[in-house]
Design a protein around this ligand. Structure first.
Ligand code: FAD
Length: 412
């Protein structure tokens, strides 16, 4: 049996590797001219442990993220055959409660503490759980003096140190690409726009267009991991969800900071339309901030093919507005010079989530990120990772489902 994986983003690549490691031949289809050229490389690489989801007090989102985060390091260490300590990760994140937060400081701290307890319950207690971090160590709540050394204390009403890290997506995706190209069980169909998947005999026909014209290839099973292209292909199989969804175009900014202690700390600002800084060891700072970095919304089945790399004045406007908003209360961002800001790079991608309204609506379904994962119709599997964090977890789950489906077909 050969399996088609639609979408060569991080989710599709993880699924392909997971299948190949189980001895299954895979063909990856992507319309780009190389793997992982869209959302997979546009994100800040945060491996979410669940601390960000205070708007879901049921803790279902936190539980889902923690499960994904704890599977992430072991998965990439296994497929890339390197210890977790060999990957480039950021300084662990502070969580800062903004004075305009949708939850006051006491509520936010209580949520973080409960989430931390939950993570401790899911972890094995080893440094191999999550990039060398000690997940059993209690969270540290900063005192006023420490807050005032890094933030405007009138804006940051509480600051909590967490063990949550980000992984440098560019170096991770570069390694993943090389690993896939070297795998004899994986074939690539780049420059292939997938349009539909049809039942064909005892399997499926993947149809679409490539630079030479129309193509049609036959497979035993198909996995749809197309992210913003996923719903369009599902819809043609009668699988369009009945609930509302939203695609948001979100940008992030990479700036080379002064480095060392002069760089701002990694910090996630909660809860609501705020953003974060990520501080990498080579001095690179990643910034993203609402509303400047979220520039378009679409509830269409197929969102517009948004420009993910705004250049010239459009890019510079996003950088200036973001740095100036964030520097109002993250003090070390004031160390960035005009030259630093001028060399900043802006890149982004679409984010798919359930709900009709954006993050500024505390009641939006967008805050509940646990209704994600794999939906199967026989040997056709559609995967919504929800977050980068979840891709390795769903990759192994999807590979197991493909194997189970193949066993069922063999015995029926
Ligand atoms: C700015 C930003 C920051 C983010 N930060 C984080 C974070 O810190 N932590 C986190 O966990 N998540 C984060 N996310 C979300 C995360 O990046 C995504 O959930 C995840 O990358 C999506 O999966 P993917 O990598 O497979 O998507 P993609 O990389 O977009 O892969 C989908 C692939 O399918 C291809 N494709 C689409 N349609 C078709 C078609 N019809 N035919 C052929 N090919 C097609 C595309 O070319 C693409 O390569 C962020 C997202 C953004 C935009």
């Amino acid at each position: 049996m050969r399996v088609a994986v639609l979408g060569g983003g991080f989710q599709g690549c993880c699924i392909a590797l997971s299948l190949a490691m189980r001895g299954i031949g895979v063909t990856i289809f992507d319309r780009g001219d190389r793997l992982m050229s869209r959302t997979a490389i546009a994100n800040e690489g945060k491996i979410h442990l669940g601390y960000m989801y205070a708007a879901d007090p049921s803790l279902a989102t936190a539980k889902t993220m923690a499960r994904g985060a704890l599977a992430f390091g072991p998965f990439i260490a296994r497929v890339l055959e390197r210890p977790q300590s060999a990957f480039v990760t950021s300084q662990p994140a502070l969580y800062a409660v903004h004075r305009d937060s949708q939850h006051d400081a006491d509520k936010a701290i209580a949520y973080l503490m409960k989430t931390h307890e939950l993570i401790g319950g899911q972890a094995h207690g080893s440094r191999e759980d999550y990039f060398g971090q000690d997940l059993l160590r209690p969270l540290e709540v900063w005192d006023k003096d420490r807050i005032a050394a890094e933030f405007d204390p009138d804006v940051a009403t509480a600051v909590i140190q967490t063990p949550e890290i980000a992984i440098d997506p560019i170096s991770l995706m570069t390694e993943m690409r090389a690993r896939i190209v070297d795998d004899p069980r994986i074939e690539l169909r780049l420059g292939h726009e997938v349009e539909s998947v049809k039942d064909a005999g005892d399997g499926f026909a993947v149809e679409g267009r490539n630079p030479h014209g129309a193509f049609r290839e036959h497979f035993g099973q198909v996995v749809n991991a197309l992210w913003e292209g996923r719903l369009a292909v599902d819809a043609k199989r009668g699988l369009l969800p009945e609930r509302p969804w939203l695609h948001r175009l979100k940008y992030g900014i990479n700036i080379k900071g002064p480095g060392g202690d002069r760089n701002p700390p990694s910090c996630t600002v909660i809860s609501g339309p705020f953003g974060e800084t990520v501080n990498y060891p080579d001095g690179t700072i990643y910034l993203t901030w609402y509303p400047h970095c979220v520039t378009a919304l679409s509830s269409a089945v197929t969102p517009p093919h948004w420009n993910t790399h705004p250049e010239g004045e459009a890019g510079r406007d996003i950088v200036r507005a973001t740095v100036s908003s964030m520097a109002k209360f993250i003090l070390k961002l004031r160390h960035l010079s005009e030259a630093d800001v001028a060399t900043a790079q802006v890149k982004g991608g679409p984010i798919f989530a359930w709900g009709r309204t954006d993050i500024d609506d505390p009641a939006s379904e967008l805050h509940r990120r646990y209704e994600i994962g794999i939906h199967s119709q026989g040997g056709y599997h559609s995967v919504d990772p929800g977050k980068l964090t979840m891709a390795p977890f769903f990759a192994d789950a999807c590979a197991e489902r493909v194997l189970a489906t193949a066993r069922e077909c063999a015995t029926s």
